[in-house]
Design a protein. Structure first.
Length: 439
């Protein structure tokens, strides 16, 4: 997957191609000192500041017409503390680089999302998550953070140091300062046994509580216009390591999941009436398989087919009803959906604006192929999600505002009060933050 945020003609674009911005200037600091100086200079020039990662958010959360801070030179591991079980990494490091460097050291994060193209700071700032019964988002694995605040000073926080900042800044939405380094909890490298298997949707929904309870990481993809899903169960294993063979991996993860899927989406975009038939074929294309490998090779896979996405977290107990309502909506509508709906879970965590803050959660993600109108589908889906007190992923399409968030996040006021303290002049403001946090 190529880098997304292209600087062509001074225009910045996100990966999904649905957000563009023209920053007044771009800086690529090579040190924390250079970054502090860039923040001070922007304030003196009356410009807003926005640090970006790799532009993998579908919302305009990373867009700015002020100073765009690029992460490219603030990368790499600063320190590994084996005794404490932590790694401190510079904020612009891509997750891919972190995962491979950790594996070489015999270490790993505990849980991760579907891809590893994002930067560590971009991924954590929006609450990027995978699926887990006991282990939560990437931000929930943070032990300490270093950030440059609006006055250019460097601040560190952890459970012990500035704990009220730590509570919020792990998922800071880019609103509290520019993160310069993150300390993550790591553990000795382990093996995961993956079991991927098609299963009827009715069975998944009837047995969802057991499937969730019996597996450390359970998720499934439901194919709209069908009653079929692909399920994935990942559990720790004593080995032996049995990776997917390179040829099989190429055929299933590249050729079928990306190449053929891309072609199927082109056909679907040109002839929407063909989508239900394509969905039936797609849902049968991937057969059952099992393999055992190190965590990042099991959790993540390449996603080359470009799409736009909305994802909401609902209380886990509301998952089955919410999904049944989503299916009923699709079945009775003229919508034609060529992308599967992804369902994952997370345990409650203690981060102020985490989508799983204080509540056991299930995530439902809806996608549309890039270039296909998505508003009708997403609007109808969002109506269902919000009726279940859903909390949208901060980096994925949604239409909610500060008033809504004050209702679904008990600690919303805590976050905005901290922002008032750390960024009274709104140096890090953009249109998105004005909408979701208020001015
Ligand atoms: C193909 C694809 C797959 C995805 N899979 C998942 C998934 O499995 N699970 C999931 O939860 N999400 C997923 N996402 C969403 C993605 O993980 C998030 O949108 C993430 O925030 C993107 O990271 P990024 O590095 O591209 O950051 P950007 O999108 O560039 O920025 C995101 C936010 O981080 C802020 N930020 C970046 N760097 C800093 C910094 N140094 N200091 C302060 N703020 C900063 C930006 O200002 C912005 O607010 C996926 C997205 C795509 C396109």
């Amino acid at each position: 997957m190529s880098s997304t945020a292209s600087g062509k003609n001074g225009t910045w674009r996100n990966w999904g191609g649905n957000v563009a911005a023209r920053p007044a200037r771009e800086v690529t600091p090579a040190s924390v000192e250079e970054l502090s100086a860039a923040v001070r200079a922007a304030a003196e020039d009356g410009l807003k500041v926005k640090a970006v990662g790799t532009g993998h958010s579908f919302t305009s959360i990373a867009a700015t017409d002020g100073v765009l801070i690029r992460p490219r030179l603030l990368t790499g591991i600063r320190h590994i503390d084996r005794e404490a079980g932590t790694v401190t990494v510079l904020a612009g490091t891509p997750l891919k680089r972190l995962n491979t460097a950790l594996a070489r050291e015999g270490l790993s994060l505990t849980n991760m999302g579907d891809i590893m193209e994002q930067t560590v700071s971009g991924a954590t700032s929006t609450g990027t998550h995978g699926t887990g019964r006991d282990s939560a988002s990437i931000a929930a694995q943070i032990k300490a953070l270093e950030l440059v605040t609006a006055d250019g000073s460097v601040l560190t926080c952890s459970e012990k140091e500035n704990p009220e900042i730590f509570a919020a800044a792990r998922i800071g939405l880019g609103a509290l300062g520019v993160v310069t380094a993150i300390t993550f909890a790591v553990e000795p490298l382990f093996l995961l046994h993956a079991r991927e298997e098609p299963m009827p949707l009715d069975r998944v929904l009837a047995e969802f509580d057991e499937l969730w309870a019996e597996n450390e990481h359970f998720e499934f993809y439901w194919f709209p216009h069908t009653g079929s899903t692909n399920t994935k169960r990942n559990n720790r294993s004593a080995g032996p390591e049995r990776p997917v063979s390179p040829l099989k991996g190429w055929f299933e993860d590249e050729f079928l999941s990306n190449g053929v899927f891309q072609a199927a989406n082109w056909v679907g975009r040109a002839v929407p009436a063909a989508i239900p038939s394509i969905a039936r074929v797609s849902s049968r294309a991937l057969s059952a398989r099992t393999y055992t490998d190190i965590p990042y090779k099991v959790f993540t896979s390449p996603r080359r087919v470009r799409f736009v996405e909305m994802e909401y977290a609902v209380p886990r107990a509301a998952l089955v009803d919410t999904l049944r309502e989503l299916k009923a909506m699709v079945d009775r509508s003229p919508l034609r959906i060529s992308f599967p709906v992804e369902v994952r879970t997370a345990p409650a965590d203690d981060i102020t604006l985490s989508t799983a803050s204080g509540r056991d959660s299930a995530y439902i993600a809806v996608h549309m192929f890039r270039g296909t109108p998505y508003q009708r589908y997403f609007t109808a889906a969002e109506r269902i999600f919000t009726a279940h007190e859903g909390r949208p992923h901060w980096g994925k399409v949604h239409t909610r505002d500060a008033e809504y968030f004050a209702g679904v996040y008990p600690r919303f006021g805590e976050f905005t009060a901290l922002r008032d303290r750390l960024d009274p002049d709104r140096l890090f403001q953009n249109d998105y933050l004005r909408r979701v946090l208020g001015s």
